[in-house]
Ligand binder design. Structure first.
Ligand SMILES: [Zn+2]
Ligand SMILES: [Zn+2]
Length: 239
């Protein structure tokens, strides 16, 4: 089956496919500004246990705040939003059964005004080629926008599909630093010390004891076990 979708049909086809999906939705779009029905469909897919991930182009400095806000909105729906440098592809993949490829971004203005073209295909050869493209070119370069620890943990606890977990693993594997000796450790706000330093800290368990480094960036900063991040890392992690 090959369906040609015109501008006015694309948005609703995306929503329709999202609503029918059962296992996973991978949405690759240059730009994003989700409209109401899209957010609704994304939220309900997540509630049904569908692994849903959105990949968009890494924004220029001037647009990064806007994208963070969108990341925040999506986080409230438990949808993971990732950025990828120079991404310009528009691919919407549903359950490895259907794929839409074309020109439309997940952008409310385009949805309403642009002249776009998208084709929808369900043949397995195309779908495996698309998967290969995504696995090789998109996922390895993806960065999760909202890295708030509790959100990442919640995602990791809910998603089963490797599309999302692969990226989450890469988020987890980004280095952090022991706040006492600056040794590289996993980034976990609840474990800001390496095993060695934890051993000596545990003798007194003084949560306010002044340490030397920031857990997130490793820069010198008077952190504590209770507050292991420097102000800028804290802002990043706890928005
Ligand atoms: Zn240490
Ligand atoms: Zn820092």
């Amino acid at each position: 089956m090959l369906k040609v979708l015109e501008s006015y049909e694309i948005g609703s086809a995306i929503i329709g496919n999202l609503k029918q999906s059962k296992t996973k939705c991978v949405l690759v779009s240059g730009y994003i500004k989700p409209w109401g029905h899209l957010k609704e469909a994304l939220g309900s897919a997540i509630k049904r246990g569908v692994d849903t991930a959105i990949y968009v182009r890494e924004p220029e400095e001037k647009d990064s705040q806007k994208l963070k806000e969108i990341g925040q909105e999506l986080q409230e729906l438990n949808v993971a939003l990732f950025t990828v440098q120079n991404l310009h592809a528009k691919i919407y993949l549903f359950d490895d059964k259907k794929v839409m490829v074309g020109s439309m971004n997940l952008y409310d203005y385009s949805q309403a005004n642009s002249i776009d073209f998208q084709i929808e295909v369900d043949d397995s050869e195309t779908i495996s080629a698309v998967n290969k493209f995504i696995n090789e070119n998109v996922i390895p370069k993806a960065k999760l926008i909202n890295r708030k620890t509790s959100f990442v943990k919640k995602l990791a606890g809910t998603v089963a599909n490797k599309v999302v977990t692969t990226v989450l693993n890469s988020v987890f594997s980004q280095p952090a630093y022991c706040i006492r000796c600056r040794k590289e450790i996993p980034d976990d706000i609840n474990k800001p010390l390496c095993d060695n330093c934890y051993g000596s800290w545990a003798k007194f368990k003084n949560q306010e004891f002044k340490e030397k480094y920031c857990l997130g960036c490793g820069k010198e900063y008077k952190t504590t076990y209770a507050k292991p991040y420097c102000p800028s890392c804290y802002k990043e992690w706890n928005r």
